[in-house]
Design a protein around this ligand. Sequence first.
Ligand code: CA
Length: 467
Amino acid sequence: MMNKIIFIILSSLFAALPANSADKAKPNIIVILADDLGYADVGYHGEKDIGVVTPNIDRLAKNGSYFSTGYAMAPVCGPSRAALLTGRYQNRFGFEDNPGGPFRQNAKVKPGIPKSEVNLGEQLQALGYVTAWIGKDHQGREEEFHPNNRGFNRFFGFINGATSYYASKSKEQGLQKDKKLITESEYLTDAFGREAVSFIKDNAKSPFFLYLPFNAVHGPLEAKPEDLQKFFHIKEKKRRTMLAMNYAMDRSIGLVYDTLDELQLLENTLIVFYSDNGGKPINRKGGGNASLNIPLKGAKGTLLEGGIRVPFLMHWPKKIAQDNRLDFPVAAIDIFPTVLAATGENVQPVNKLDGVNLLPYLTEEHKKPAARNLYWRFLYQWAIRDQDWKLVKLKGAKKPELYNLSNDMSEQHNVAEKFPLIAQSLARQYNAWSSSMMKPQWSWQARFGGEYKVKTTNKKANKKTAK
Ligand code: CA
């Protein structure tokens, strides 16, 4: 409670202060998200042909530090982003499924990050940052969850989990500038790049936080004709389109980079790049966004590595090492504490953060974080990672599977029967963690979401019956 009061007092103090020269020493913060981008969809992870698609993302990796083992906290968009924004396991506050699901624990449940949690925008705004959210939201439709009501001075984007890349292709693209519905004439990924550049230029003189969650390369698969032309040699139509979408996102990231460079802000801007969950390669029925997770097994929606291990890097020339590949596991919950440390402010977060500040491991050679467990719980599935070991219980599986990721990152050899004591110990630790979490407050699945059912705009959801 005391912490909360101090936070509120500090918030109002900082809000009243104009940006001054002392503030200018604070780094700018930019967190860029890709949507459903697979592990193998960036050039710097070693797929040679992808280098021409992502030159700007690869430039960030080369001039920064990148993680071979970076994790999302959920294999789908909404809960994954809730963890990133709060620095806490989303299961702590019941955000286990995507918002919009019709099943709720009770009539009062509103799908979104509750006000008792402080998101990164609110935290940085309280520290004197000007904040913008440009891109996809997917954090709940209620007014109280609108980015403008949750720590962001500027919002340009859409509230839902997906939208058309062209206003002309959809009756309801749902694009907003702050709270006003607008019609956009440009291809959406280009519009997000343009708005990001404009925000940076407008705020070059004050410390800023730009949250830039692209919806690329999430469906619908729609690319610009001229970008498609660049990949005419790719025969598979979906793959060709996804590469063109990825290329467009990379171009917008390049514009952000070049703008920072022109304004001499690059040196003191911390840039994080991350994908909210793994890719969804084309499946037997022809579904998926044609992304690739190789050499990882599994895809978006599963807790196998392909669903949660994602491209993840940090770039800050003034402070962190360059061309630096790090192999220890890191996770989206580490972004909040790392950003907070980067501001140089000695602030006690309102709620205990679940991640760690990664800066010491990016600045001091060979220093590694202390061993820790990472946990996932996503409806039917759960997983725990303890150093090299991962125990994962998949949907429909009778028993959890055990993998040693140090020599089996592709999860080909289930060794649960060979090492029963390790499997038991991990299961015990997972159960202890899980029982300290909240149950999902809403869901698309009757079994998890609760007895109370709301009518949604989604016809498929309305047909599902409560348990
Ligand atoms: Ca996603």
